[in-house]
Design a protein around this ligand. Structure first.
Ligand code: C2E
Ligand code: MG
Ligand code: MG
Length: 567
């Protein structure tokens, strides 16, 4: 018998498995581990892959993992969240469980992709009483631990309890039609910030009370999925859009204030396939809700085929990402940063995804998806390293003075030790930190301002130059400048083009350029497309430019020949 502590890692394919393929794969693992199973770590239950291609979620919470804290931090939940293989040792009733969690995606019959985890478990031999039996016993015997079914603040069902009870309800009455609705309070964080946590709690309690009332009237269920996120399960026959509109109106009236406009959004998903996990249905309702996220005039959005297609596109990006990164499909393009005379002093690194069929995908089509999926840091790390390698290659050549600016995503700040990574990179390649410029947008700095501002100032001390990207595009650019010291202000012409009145844009631009000068910051204008714009900007005192007028982002070799040739 092999040592129970070592769990060999299965070779998984990156693209989604069909149910049949995964069944075959799992049967190939039989006998290699004490327990090998496919689980849904969000709903925390085992998935049975059926012969007819259906997937059934079985059992209640198998809470041996982190039994006391439920399962949010079990290795499988973490694996699912991060998309990375995880390993963990858990102690439970005097036994050691060596658990390995492997994220895997599963393509369901309707074409949608579902993130599951293959969980492989070895139980320490001297205490285990026959692997599979023990694990099965643990799966079934923990009802008593799972008592806290209601959220203590609002009295709604907890997320786990909602998923479980909703599934039982849907499957218990297969002839009845249902809808799953998710609700989200827009800008709820503002309530806490403006009026304090007590007021925030009051809003949540009142919202939950109205939602629960609605659910009870219709013989449905109400759960709280997250801070300001709720879910309802209602019989389709009892669902009326007007009930949601009235509820929203009533809350708006209650919490109306000069500073804050209360707004709640609902996403509605019909339950067409009772075998889909409730978390997937809530995800679908949420993706409908997401389509109206910035629109305070809308209240209800419905899940439909377009949204499903969008989700599939997103899933495609996510599931092909690792392989694309490994096989070099992401390329660093450079857009020259020039002086008024067109001579390049550096470049901005902009990523391009060149697919094996030759098509090129622009960042707008994948950066946001990767950010939401928690994958952007892998891409950013790759591009940062490519940029540092390029700076290294230019060292001791006539190109040694060129700088490269790299983009940083808001998510990088909490998924990476940005300081360690960047200092590590320049040290490893022996590159001067001042040559690698860091582009940060105000949104990146708004997430956890104290933390990111501290990181930025440590990076500046280390010699990196920090650029505020897309200045003026967001809402709080000025207050940001008050709080953070940066070296360069990058103004995007794009946002000025929205102002029809050219005189007004001129005044704004000129004042920003002046202000930056007074703050000791260099100004770069990006999005320069015409000779007239260039002349006007130069008149206003701007001396560094980026834009299609000089060049689009181009491959490194082309940049070298067109903008940094010898002599
Ligand atoms: P950004 O950092 O503000 O980059 C400037 C964008 O403006 C680039 O779009 C560039 O091609 C475009 N641009 C430059 N000059 C002009 C012009 O004269 N006219 C117009 N209309 N557009 C111009 P691109 O390459 O599509 O990138 C879009 C955004 O994607 C970037 O905006 C950046 O936020 C993000 N991005 C690109 N590469 C990366 C990356 O490696 N990591 C991260 N996290 N984000 C990236
Ligand atoms: Mg940028
Ligand atoms: Mg920009």
């Amino acid at each position: 018998m092999e040592d129970k502590r070592t769990l060999s890692e299965p070779q998984l394919k990156q693209s989604p498995y069909t149910v049949e393929e995964l069944r075959a794969f799992m049967s190939g693992l039989e006998g290699r581990y004490d327990l090998a199973r496919v689980v849904d770590p969000v709903e925390c239950r085992k998935l049975e892959l059926q012969e007819d291609g259906k997937v059934e979620a079985l059992g209640s919470c198998y809470s041996i993992w982190n039994a006391d804290q439920k399962c949010k931090n079990c290795s499988s939940a973490v694996a699912c969240r991060t998309g990375c293989h995880q390993e963990k040792l858990e102690h439970y009733q005097d036994r050691d469980y060596f658990i390995q969690s492997n994220p895997v995606s599963l393509r369901l019959e309707d074409g949608s992709v579902y993130n599951a985890v293959i969980e492989l478990v070895n139980i320490r031999q001297e205490t285990a009483q026959g692997g599979n039996d023990r694990a099965a016993e643990n799966e079934n015997g923990n009802g008593a631990r799972y008592q806290a079914q209601h959220d203590s603040l609002t009295g709604a069902l907890t997320a786990d309890a909602f998923y479980e009870q909703a599934r039982k309800t849907i499957q218990g009455e297969p002839t009845r039609a249902w809808v799953v609705i998710t609700a989200n309070i827009v800008n709820f964080r503002l309530v806490n910030t403006l009026f304090g946590v007590m007021k925030g709690n009051e809003v949540l309690v009142r919202t939950a009370a109205l939602l629960r009332e609605l659910a009870e009237r219709a013989d449905g269920l109400c759960g709280r999925l997250g801070a300001d996120q709720f879910a309802l399960l209602l019989p389709r026959a009892q669902y009326r859009e007007n009930d949601l509109l009235l509820l929203a109106r009533s809350l708006e009236k209650t919490f109306h204030s000069g500073l804050y406009t209360f707004c709640i959004h609902f996403g509605v998903c019909r339950v067409d396939d009772a075998s889909l996990p409730v978390s997937v249905l809530c995800g679908r309702a949420n993706s409908a809700l997401y389509t109206i996220r910035d629109d305070l005039t809308q209240t209800v959005a419905y899940f439909n085929d377009d949204i499903l297609q969008n989700m599939l596109r997103e899933q495609k990006v996510i599931s092909s990402f690792d392989e694309a990164l490994r096989s070099g499909q992401f390329q660093m393009y450079l857009q020259p940063l020039v002086k008024e005379d067109g001579i390049a002093v550096g470049a901005e690194a902009l990523v391009r995804w060149r697919k094996p069929d030759g098509t090129m995908v622009m960042p707008g089509a994948f950066i946001g998806i990767l950010e939401n999926a928690g994958l952007i840091q892998k891409l950013d790390l790759y591009i940062w390293e490519r940029a540092v390698q390029q700076l290294r290659a230019w060292q001791n050549t006539h190109r040694s003075e060129l700088t490269i600016s790299v983009n940083m995503s808001a998510k990088d700040f909490y998924s990476l030790d940005v300081y360690e990574v960047l200092t590590g990179l320049v040290e490893r390649y022996g590159v001067d930190a001042a040559k690698l410029r860091l582009e940060i947008t105000e949104t990146a700095l708004l997430v956890e301002p104290d933390k990111s501002i501290a990181i930025v100032s440590a990076l500046r001390e280390k010699g990196f130059l920090v650029e505020i990207d897309d200045f003026g595009k967001g809402y709080s650019s000025l207050s940001l400048l008050k709080n953070i010291q940066a070296d360069v202000l990058k103004i995007d012409m794009g946002f000025l083009q929205e102002i029809r009145d050219r005189k007004r844009s001129g005044i704004i631009l000129k004042s920003v350029i002046n202000m930056a000068g007074l703050l000791g910051m260099e100004v770069i204008t990006e999005g320069v497309e015409t000779r007239e714009q260039l002349a006007a900007l130069a008149d206003m005192g701007c001396s560094r430019f980026q834009g299609f007028y000089f060049s689009r982002p181009i491959p490194v070799e082309e940049f070298e020949t067109r903008f940094a040739a010898e002599g």
